[in-house]
Design a protein around this ligand. Structure first.
Ligand SMILES: Cc1ncc(COP(=O)(O)O)c(C=O)c1O
Length: 387
């Protein structure tokens, strides 16, 4: 029987392939996994237990509990400067679902959506699943992996519907600066395009830099779907909770997708996240402790990588990824990643898992302890010296 043709367009994840190969190997140091190694803050976990005892075991409204949406609308106004009302916030079962619903809502067959390369691998696959065509915009190291507005403009065609932004970025760890965002906003206005702004890592930013939401610029909320979540900020990947800020007319349509797929986000998870938002000070402290730990680990990793022959690594500004250039070593990303796994017992992800432009790079996740990072660096150094 013939299946949906869109499925055959999707390549298996390059990350999974490596994890499968790494299975059953003892004494591995992993820089592979893209999720916080921290456990969800105590008070949020306690709130979940309480929610179960309080009987939050039923369906919730499709767009999420109203009081949670109210609290999120307040946060979006106060922290992100996005002036949304409660009806313009939809709670979803994680960021991945939020992104898919966004693509599905915006695209008709053959419509184009511009996505960054290198970028989170899910974007391209989801655009294909939704029946659209991803158009890849190269992000260049010489440009500190910023998005180049001139290159962006060149990719726009009559079929272009939207541009995807991701700041801080997975896999490069870089932020999109305010000036670049302003130029992108102007392009979106000039060409009447939507922006999907993936801000999942908004709370993990270093060196006093500031996170800027494009939807906070005048008029931009009307053409932006902003994606935020709890997976990274609250170390809640397994709980599946995220939220969207978007114009009301679009929110009303997107709720139909949720109604007919996930039905609603998990009830207990929603109550726990609401408690986290209400306990502002305690939560802020927990997030800050994680952020500080990531920054310390970043410093150890980036310094260590730059001391290894053939590795050149920019200093990431956020998230928990480093994306060193390894092209001098004369091996492809996949070859080097395999060599590090086989020879040194170190898991990394080849840059090509994030797009063609990722050739010549490896992605390191430093959501692991400082001791592990140091051990991994030593093993890599030894392995590279043997090359
Ligand atoms: C840039 C980016 N966006 C979205 C997500 C999806 O997050 P979630 O686990 O909430 O689905 C991830 C997860 O790794 C990510 O790196």
């Amino acid at each position: 029987m013939e299946l949906n043709k869109n499925l055959s367009k999707i390549k298996p994840s390059g990350i999974r392939k490596l994890f499968d190969l790494a299975q059953n190997r003892a004494d591995l140091v992993s820089f592979g996994i893209g999720e916080p190694d921290f456990i969800t803050p105590d008070h949020v976990r306690e709130a979940a237990k309480q929610a179960i005892d309080d009987g939050y075991t039923h369906y919730t409204p499709n767009a999420g509990f109203y009081d949670l949406r109210e609290a999120l609308a307040h946060k979006l106004n106060e922290i992100n400067g996005i002036s949304v009302k409660t009806e313009e916030v939809i709670v979803t079962a994680g960021g991945t679902q939020a992104l898919f619903s966004s693509f599905y809502a915006l695209l008709n067959p053959g419509d184009e959506l511009i996505v960054p390369d290198p970028g989170f691998l899910v974007y391209g696959s989801q655009v294909l699943l939704a029946g659209g065509n991803p158009v890849y915009l190269p992000l260049r190291e010489e440009n500190k992996f910023q998005l180049d507005p001139v290159e962006l403009k060149k990719l726009i065609t009559p079929r272009t519907r939207a541009i995807l932004l991701n700041s801080p970025s997975n896999p490069t760890g870089m932020l999109l600066g305010e000036e670049v965002l302003k130029e992108i906003a102007k392009i979106a206005n000039d060409y009447d395009l939507f922006i999907i702004s993936d801000e999942m890592y908004e709370d993990i930013i270093f060196d006093g830099l500031k996170h800027v939401s494009i939807a906070s610029f005048p008029g931009m909320k009307e053409r932006t779907i902003s994606v935020f979540g709890f997976s990274k900020s609250y170390a809640m990947t397994g709980w599946r909770l995220a939220y969207l800020a978007l114009p009301e007319r679009l929110a009303n349509e997107m709720i139909k997708i949720q109604q007919n797929t996930a039905v609603c986000p998990n009830s207990v998870t929603q109550r726990a996240a609401l408690y986290g938002l209400q306990q502002e000070e305690e939560t802020k402290l927990a997030i800050e402790n994680m952020r500080r730990a990531y920054q310390e680990r970043r410093d150890i990793l980036v310094k260590g990588l730059n001391e290894i022959k053939g590795f050149h690594c920019l200093t990431p500004e956020g998230a928990f990824y480093a994306f060193p250039n390894i092209s001098e070593l004369g091996k492809s990303s996949e070859e080097l990643s395999m060599y590090l796994l086989d020879e040194c017992g170190v898991v990394t992800v080849p840059g090509t898992a994030f797009g063609e432009q990722g050739e010549g790079y490896l992605r390191f996740s430093y959501a692991t302890s400082s001791d592990m990072i140091k051990k991994g660096l030593e093993k890599i150094k030894e392995g590279i010296d043997k090359l």
